[in-house]
Ligand binder design. Structure first.
Ligand SMILES: NC(=O)c1ccc[n+]([C@@H]2O[C@H](COP(=O)([O-])OP(=O)(O)OC[C@H]3O[C@@H](n4cnc5c(N)ncnc54)[C@H](O)[C@@H]3O)[C@@H](O)[C@H]2O)c1
Length: 423
């Protein structure tokens, strides 16, 4: 039996990754977009993508069918899985629940000749060791004989209009060369940048997980030297301006590493390392440093405040100019300031108020009014970057602290009664 040339495709999980892919593929194939969240499907059917990755007009105009019942995927030749791969909150161990759920939804629909391709970030070996047995059990078919596996890691960068699906090289791997060729043809239709065929599925899984672990470790190094230089009375931003003039200095910035990928994927790699008897000291040290950054920033700001100060926190999302609140490092800065006795009011130019309440129990300010003792630039959202000292002074009529933790107001001079602090 040879793999079928796909005519109908299903994309499972219509989030940041799955929706743009489903819509791009629907320009070439019949596509069913399946998400178990009825709320998500209702929103897409009404022509709205709340992740802002796809323009609403494109969501509405797409021929992709948005469905919340798995049975609607029946008859597909290729299933592409793009569900989340989080870690368990306490143990930080990989949570394969969504991937297993996707396999259980796809398995009963599998027919001979089908391919199941995973985009979710996992550790090397996971697709073949965890997914294949579930798909076999649910379908009664044999993996590698009746149906096949593929893997194609996703590199899209939320809120980044340059590095989109169409513009970045897509790594692809198939269980056999024939499967790889089918997948290369499919993905080749939606990327202008080309397809790279990895040696095998585990190699493609490994490549993805180290792309993000490498970023995490590099940011951890900068976060560590930020804290060292702070003790020496130096600003990391001034140091980076100088160091970045060297041709091979790597341009990483200090940061509250959050979101669904960079702060999570290293734990997948670490888990795999431990499974095979290797202690991943570098990978986990990076995680420790980055996870501690929020507490350090809160402590640094708090030291400069009077007891029971009123703090305005600008930004809650995990990165700039996106509404994504998952694993936001800002939450740890807020928690640190609150536990030091301060009152923290939070504004976010992009986040959904209901989601902020649901995720963090935070009531976002509906608008930017009020009087405070400190303003903290926690996320470099564009509207905040444009604030001038006069605009900031309006929040603190009697003076106060401007904590520019993202270094977004470096071009301005702040005069008394405003005090400026940045790492
Ligand atoms: N967001 C990114 O920038 C990014 C970049 C590269 C790789 N990735 C990886 O891609 C994968 C997906 O991430 P995302 O950011 O798109 O996630 P997401 O949270 O935005 O979306 C996932 C969607 O999957 C749905 N879902 C969850 N379990 C399901 C199931 N069993 N069946 C059907 N639908 C299900 C959810 O309702 C949600 O709408 C993850 O493994 C992530 O690590 C994400």
């Amino acid at each position: 039996m040879a793999p079928s040339i796909p005519r109908q495709l299903s994309v499972i999980g219509l989030g940041y990754v799955g929706l743009p892919l489903a819509i791009a593929l629907a320009r070439h194939y019949t596509v069913v977009g399946y998400d178990l969240s009825e709320r998500r499907v209702a929103s897409l059917r009404s022509g709205h993508d709340w992740t802002h990755e796809v323009a609403d007009a494109d969501v509405a105009a797409s021929k992709c069918r948005y469905e919340s019942k798995a049975a609607t995927m029946a008859g597909s030749d290729l299933f592409i899985v793009a569900v989340p791969t989080p870690v368990h909150e306490d143990s930080r161990k990989p949570d394969f629940g969504p991937v297993i759920g996707a396999c259980e939804a796809v398995g009963p629909l599998l027919k001979p000749g089908n391919i199941v391709c995973f985009e979710s970030t996992v550790y090397p070996g996971a697709t073949e060791e965890i997914c294949a047995p579930i798909l076999e059990k649910m379908s009664g078919l044999k993996c590698g004989k009746d149906f096949w596996l593929g893997y194609s890691p996703e590199r899209m960068n939320p809120g980044d209009p340059v590095h989109t699906l169409a513009n970045i090289v897509k790594v692809v791997a198939g269980q056999t060369p024939e499967v790889g060729k089918v997948l290369a043809d499919v993905y080749g239709k939606v990327t202008k940048a080309g397809v790279f065929m990895a040696r095998d599925i585990a190699t493609a899984e490994a490549a993805k997980v180290i792309e993000n672990a490498q970023r995490d470790i590099n940011i951890a190094f900068i976060n560590e030297v930020t804290q060292i230089f702070n003790r020496l009375g130096l600003s990391i931003y001034d140091v980076l301006d100088a160091a970045n003039t060297k041709w091979n200095f790597l341009n990483f910035r200090p940061g509250l590493v959050g979101g669904h990928c960079i702060g999570v994927d290293p734990y997948y790699l670490a888990d795999r390392a431990i499974q095979v008897g290797y202690d991943p000291t570098v990978v986990l040290a990076g995680r420790r440093t980055n996870d501690g950054m929020g507490a350090w920033l809160a402590e640094s700001v708090s030291k400069l405040l009077q007891p029971k100060s009123r703090v305005l926190m600008l930004g809650l999302t995990f990165k700039e100019n996106v509404p994504d609140l998952r694993n936001s490092g800002v939450a740890s800065v807020i928690a640190g300031l609150k536990s030091a006795g301060h009152t923290v009011s939070v504004h976010d130019a992009f986040a959904d108020r209901g989601e902020a309440k649901h995720e963090y129990g935070i009531d976002l300010l509906p608008d930017l009014n009020g009087t405070f003792d400190a303003v903290v630039a926690a996320v470099a959202h564009k509207p905040y970057v444009e604030f001038t000292p006069a605009r900031l002074a309006a929040f603190m009529p009697k003076g106060g602290l401007v904590a520019d933790i993202k270094g977004i107001w470096r071009q301005h001079t702040f005069a008394a009664p405003l005090q400026i602090w940045r790492p």
